[in-house]
Design a protein around this ligand. Structure first.
Ligand code: FES
Ligand code: FE2
Length: 330
């Protein structure tokens, strides 16, 4: 390679890290949920011990889908075809018509975490174990706060477009009708933070003087701490479905103001405004191309710095070791 050739980040395949795959409230004991993430069919179920488990959907026996007719039996899931039962760790633990369980009778089990009202899966392209955790939001357990008001959207785009929003300072006035007073970014290991102050003019009307600190914990989960007219905690999380689509989940928790009912109404309104904000971005994302080497100018946020940070979650990565010198001009 020639000296001074910029090293561009690659975003081939899927990112590695923790991803939100659902809301705790949507997975009752005994429930089975089919999922399709990272180009694979998966099955999520909650056993009677209350634990959420995530397995590859196809049975090791003759390949029936546990996600289409599988039933929770105790803490295990039973295949609809010949009733083989699988534990949460993916091992077949019972075959009703056989004494001996074949050694190869297992399906892949994915690491799951559950806290803050959210279900997370660990995906690592190289099969490595988790090397960071998503912090808990104590507000979830706090009766002084609402539960999540939540939404999910399927979008046709690449995850890097969503993440790039973190540093894209110049799109706020144009796309979101937001006046930015101050804007800064910080990158530290697996975390990327944006701190913004400004005035938002939501589509639904009104004027909101706000201060927000938004942090990505790894490539797919962002929590925001927002102080404005209302005090809010926001979730913005995406997970790849395949190489061209992703699920975007967002949620709002609000600190109670006055009655619970009134706060809930606010939270609903707030979530709707947030959703409108995302729709403004989506209209751009679904129609744009990704410029590997964009023409940037003074006043743009640190877009190339963000890409270097994000590249650590791809391929064999070098998590937490982003080489400043590899940064191409911003
Ligand atoms: S295919 Fe699942 S038990 Fe036979
Ligand atoms: Fe945006």
């Amino acid at each position: 390679m020639l000296a001074n050739t910029p090293v561009l980040p690659r975003f081939d395949g899927y990112p590695s890290g923790w991803f939100v795959i659902g809301w705790s409230d949507e997975l009752a004991v005994g429930q089975v949920v089919p999922l399709h993430y990272f180009g694979q069919k998966l099955v999520l179920f909650r056993g009677e011990d209350g634990r959420a488990n995530l397995l590859d959907a196809y049975c090791a026996h003759l390949g029936a889908s546990l996600a289409a007719g599988g039933v929770v039996k105790g803490c295990n899931i039973e295949c609809p075809f010949h009733a083989w039962r699988y534990a949460g760790d993916g091992r077949c633990v019972e075959i009703p018509y056989a004494q001996k369980i074949p050694r190869k009778a297992f399906v892949r089990a994915w690491e799951v975490r559950e806290h803050s009202g959210l279900l997370f899966m660990w995906h690592d392209a190289q099969g490595r174990q988790p090397d960071y955790e998503i912090p808990t939001l104590p507000e979830w357990e706090n009766p002084g706060w609402t539960r999540w008001t939540m939404s999910k959207l399927q979008i046709r785009t690449h995850p890097r477009e969503i993440v790039e929003n973190v540093v894209d300072k110049a799109h706020f006035p144009q796309v979101h009708n937001t006046h930015v007073e101050s804007f800064e970014n910080e990158f530290e290991g697996h975390k990327a933070t944006q701190r913004t102050r400004g005035v938002a003019y939501p589509v639904g009307g009104g004027r909101d003087q706000f201060a927000i600190e938004a942090t990505y914990f790894g490539p797919g989960v962002q929590f925001s701490w927002m102080n404005g007219v209302l005090e809010a905690r926001l979730l913005n999380a995406h997970v790849p479905i395949d190489e061209h689509h992703l699920d975007l989940r967002f949620g709002v928790m609000l600190k109670m103001i006055g009655s619970e009912e009134k706060t809930r109404m606010f939270a609903q309104k707030y979530a709707e405004n947030l959703q409108l904000g995302f729709h403004q971005d989506i209209a751009i994302w679904e129609n744009k191309l990704f410029r590997e080497l964009p023409v940037l100018c003074e006043g743009d946020g640190p877009i190339m710095r963000l890409r270097q940070w994000y590249a650590q979650f791809y391929g064999d990565g070098a998590r937490g070791r982003v080489d400043e010198k590899q940064e191409v001009a911003r």
